[in-house]
Design a protein around this ligand. Structure first.
Ligand code: PEP
Ligand code: MG
Length: 567
């Protein structure tokens, strides 16, 4: 069994086709006529651009407009004036077109592959792809063709370039295994758009797997099994069958409203960690964003992101989601989320320490940079600001005071923003739950963070196996807390949502419906399933079940009753 990065969900079982890249080696020569050599380069460029444009048109039909746009980067790298000048300049100084192209693209490849930002680093693959396309044409070679593969092929390649992925014959490819690439690489994005299970960055895959080997690709868990035994095969065939049936059945919920069995409208939104995740959320039919964990912007950087950098990230999500709500949580640093350049002191008990809103309010000038960026982005969509780890009303008041100061600064700068921007709070501490009535009076919305709320309520670490029996949403103490939070929010007339993992728990959803939860914020792949489960319960059924559940005294009893009731 080989481990890799789970880049595209699902289970593929098939026969390996190990694709070897064409030999693009050449012996440099000094051309007799530089103008003729430049014309060869220009012709290769024209052909490449024409082929890529044709590919984009094909992809629009197979993977949709957004994913097809990815190939636009190839056109940009082919037609880039800087690169063209470099190639033509090298030809003028005596190089052949092959060498000039090779050296120019290698320079750009090195530049991109050394960049800090993962997204930029991933663009190095596009640069390499353009080089391969141009060189293959100049040398009269064919690039790897994945458009004519036998049925049930598992493609095994060192690097799956975007253009290879673009040509892939979706019907015949059951899975993809590569030796390079991450979840944000273009190949991964396209594999997801094509819904082909993919595991990337499997070391030595092209050496360890041979063409003709039977292979299982578990794209959900990032595992690859070569030459599986009968037991493995049976296990994965069953998994693939259940996955396919579930997925097919869930398609009926795409494009539909999220409504309960008796027609009550709910809001079904997604949790995201970076601006590009918004595309994935929209593709999975999210009705907005219920939690953008902004700390990832900070964790991915080497120093504090500037106001403009943050604004660009928030604006991107706002524009992508159009008029749909986008809740952005302000920096939730500390606990398990470390940001080295903030140089926070080591603490004996970081989960109860100087973190999240505590840190931000203690560094108001830094916090205002984020709040200002959020306000500026609010001119481009329905952005709402959410405060993490609140335990008392002072924190909400102080944060709102800072937001007012930022608004005044923006007024003075003459910058647009939404003057009525909503400010809400995460309810993820027992303290916040206990004062939910007071918080509701001064907040525009609640979003329940069950991931932390369970831990703090039960004094049980979510990562500690030995206390896993305590860390359960089915614990009566947690359920009573949830009931109280939702009821206080509802009484005050504010929206109450949930962005902790429990919002997508099929067992808990009827209880949440009975309590009156309005918004469910879940991971993108859970959207359609959550919509289906919500549609299966009427208020009356959910109330009847919840009444019985709330009379139980232990988590074991609660879970057993919910399991028996699940539809
Ligand atoms: C939560 O605590 O439930 C939550 C959504 O926040 P995080 O998982 O980022 O702590
Ligand atoms: Mg939390």
């Amino acid at each position: 069994m080989f481990k890799g990065i789970n880049a595209s969900d699902g289970y593929g079982i098939g026969v390996a086709q190990v694709a070897v890249a064409p030999d693009l080696s050449f012996t440099p020569r000094v051309p007799e006529n530089a103008e003729e050599e430049k014309a060869r380069y220009a012709a290769a460029l024209d052909k490449f651009v024409a082929q890529t444009n044709a590919q984009i048109e094909r992809m629009k039909k197979t993977v949709g407009e957004d994913a097809a746009e990815i190939m636009g980067a190839h056109i940009e790298f082919a037609e880039d004036d800087g690169i063209k000048d470099m190639v033509n300049g090298s030809i003028d100084s005596g190089m052949c077109a092959e060498q000039a192209v090779s050296e120019a693209y290698d320079t750009y490849y090195t530049m991109f592959s050394q960049m800090e930002d993962e997204l930029f680093r991933e663009r190095a693959a596009d640069v390499a792809d353009v080089k391969t396309g141009l060189l293959a044409d100049l040398l009269g070679k064919e690039v790897v063709d994945l458009s004519t593969l036998p049925e049930n092929s598992i493609v095994v390649v060192h690097e799956l370039t975007p253009s290879m992925t673009a040509d892939i014959d979706k019907e015949n490819v059951a899975g993809i295994v590569t030796e390079t690439g991450g979840r944000t690489s273009h190949s991964a994005i396209i594999a997801r758009a094509l819904e082909i299970p993919a595991v990337l960055s499997v070391a030595d895959a092209t050496k360890n797997i041979k063409t003709g080997d039977m292979v299982v690709v578990d794209g959900t868990n990032g595992k690859v099994i070569a030459n599986p035994d009968d037991h493995d095969l049976e296990h994965y065939r069953a998994k693939a069958k259940v996955y396919a049936e579930e997925k097919q059945a869930l398609e009926a919920y795409r494009g539909k409203e999220t409504v309960t069995g008796d027609g009550e409208k709910k809001l079904l939104v997604a949790n995201i960690g970076n601006p590009d995740d918004a595309n994935n959320a929209a593709e999975h039919d999210a009705e907005g964003i219920g939690l953008f964990r902004s700390e990832f912007l900070f964790m991915d950087a080497k120093e504090l992101p500037s106001e403009d950098e943050q604004f660009a990230a928030y604006q991107k999500v706002a524009l992508r989601m159009k008029d749909q709500p986008v809740i952005i949580r302000t920096l939730d640093v500390g606990g398990d989320k470390e940001i080295p350049y903030l140089n926070l002191q080591k603490e004996d008990n970081p989960f109860m320490g100087f973190r999240a809103i505590r840190y931000c309010l203690n560094n108001p000038e830094q916090y205002k940079v984020q709040l200002t960026a959020l306000l500026r982005a609010s001119a481009f969509g329905d952005i709402k600001i959410m405060l993490p780890l609140v335990t008392n009303l002072d924190e909400v008041r102080q944060a709102k005071q800072l937001i007012e100061e930022c608004k005044a600064d923006l007024d003075a700068r003459g910058v647009e923003y939404n003057k009525d921007i909503q400010v809400g709070t995460m309810i993820e501490t027992p303290a916040a739950s206990l004062i939910a009535d007071d918080l509701a009076a001064e907040c525009d919305f609640f979003s329940i963070g069950t991931n932390d709320l369970i831990g703090y309520t039960m004094c049980a670490d979510r990562g500690n196996d030995r206390v896993a029996y305590l860390y359960q949403v089915y614990q009566p103490a947690v359920l009573r807390s949830l009931k109280r939070i939702i009821s206080e929010g509802n009484k005050a007339g504010i929206m109450v949502g949930m962005c902790g993992e429990a919002a997508a728990d099929p067992l808990l959803i009827p209880v949440l419906l009975s309590f009156g939860l309005e918004e469910f914020s879940v991971s993108a792949p859970s959207i359609l399933r959550t919509r289906r489960i919500i549609s299966q319960w009427t208020k009356e059924e959910a109330d009847a079940l919840t009444e019985k559940v709330m009379a139980l005294k232990t988590a074991t009893e609660v879970k057993a009753m919910l399991q028996a009731a699940v539809k």
